[in-house]
Design a protein around this ligand. Structure first.
Ligand SMILES: [Zn+2]
Length: 224
């Protein structure tokens, strides 16, 4: 089915508009549109407004050989965190995470999602907020990826925490929860992306786990 026949002029449209349009379609038409747009979605995700730091990000991406991660379009809810924030992952990753958390809980391990899908726009806002707060670019880029390069854009990455404990600290590496993940997460398709001395120059992030599976390569739309 061709886009022109469907009278949905989405090619080159902003990602937010594509998401809104896809949310109104039934499943069969949505998948047809996604298939027709597939080649375009990666470029749409990278099509952020002019960024004064674009050259800084480009230099970082080149020097560290960072891969680009296109934004997911279709996302499924994985619940709320301790702050009441909603979290979203690509459907296959969401299903795998639910299975992982159920089995972990049966072993006495509670895992809380504290970060999940994040748009390129949100990544820019995080970086800008840290710069405004006085952090240096070098420090920020050891912890955060440049816009377009965060695995969180893909809708496959989660930051996990122990309920009630401070999230996103290296202390997580010493918890029974992290030990359980190291032993079992790969059975569910999740891998620690940034171990110590990882080749991309990010700090050790024992809390950051990414789902990798062929079935999630097809870009899919968040219900809005
Ligand atoms: Zn993360």
């Amino acid at each position: 089915m061709r886009l022109a026949q469907m009278r949905i002029p989405l090619r080159g449209a902003p990602l937010a508009r594509i998401r809104r349009t896809l949310a109104r379609l039934d499943q069969a038409r949505r998948l047809a549109v996604i298939a027709a747009l597939r080649g375009d979605l990666a470029s749409v995700a990278a099509d952020w407004p002019p960024d004064p730091l674009a050259q800084v990000w480009a230099a970082c991406i080149a020097s560290r050989n960072l891969p680009l991660h296109p934004e997911a379009v279709l996302l499924a809810s994985v619940g709320r965190d301790r702050y009441g924030r909603s979290h979203w992952l690509q459907p296959a990753a969401a299903g795998a995470l639910a299975r992982l958390r159920t089995v972990a809980m049966a072993d006495g391990i509670a895992l809380e999602v504290v970060s999940s899908f994040r748009s390129v726009h949100d990544q820019r806002r995080i970086l800008a907020r840290k710069l405004t707060a006085g952090q240096t670019l070098a420090d920020i880029l050891r912890v955060n990826a440049p816009p377009g390069c965060s695995e969180h854009h893909s809708g496959c990455a989660v930051d996990l925490a122990v309920p009630g404990q401070a999230p996103l600290t290296e202390d997580f590496a010493a918890t029974p929860a992290c030990a359980w993940l190291r032993r079992h997460a790969d059975r569910f398709g999740f891998h620690m992306s940034y171990p110590p001395d990882n080749p991309w120059g990010f700090m050790h992030e024992p809390w950051h786990w990414c789902f990798r599976d062929r079935s999630v390569r097809m870009p899919v739309a968040r219900p809005e």
